[in-house]
Write a protein that binds this ligand. Structure first.
Ligand code: SF4
Ligand SMILES: [Zn+2]
Length: 101
């Protein structure tokens, strides 16, 4: 399983929560459940190690409301990731780009 992607997802959610919900070091209940959900999805991803990033996935296994929420998080935190965690972010976006080609 791709631990790197799990970290990226969790970090994006915590950036989002910190800015939008004013939590300091822990996630609010809703973001916590989104985080658990996303990690569980990754855990069960049918693509295994050869998975695309969820952003470029053709199946997109999230259920509808969770998908909405994670999209919102990505939109908000994606660009901010570059400043907060440049190395992980670049690695992640590189994989995404490669996949799109
Ligand atoms: S969205 Fe796609 S890549 Fe992400 S966990 Fe679900 S099936 Fe796997
Ligand atoms: Zn939150």
């Amino acid at each position: 399983m791709n631990e790197g992607e799990k970290k990226v997802v969790s970090k994006m959610i915590s950036i989002y929560c910190r800015s939008k919900h004013n939590q300091k070091n822990e996630l609010c209940i809703e973001c916590e459940s989104l985080n658990n959900y996303a990690l569980q999805r990754l855990e069960r991803c049918p693509f295994g190690d050869d998975k695309p990033t969820c952003g470029t996935c053709t199946i997109h296994c999230y259920k509808r409301d969770m998908r909405q929420r994670i999209k919102e998080v990505m939109r908000f935190s994606g660009p901010r990731m570059l400043f907060a965690h440049p190395i992980e972010a670049i690695r992640h976006f590189n994989r995404e780009r490669k996949r799109k080609k």
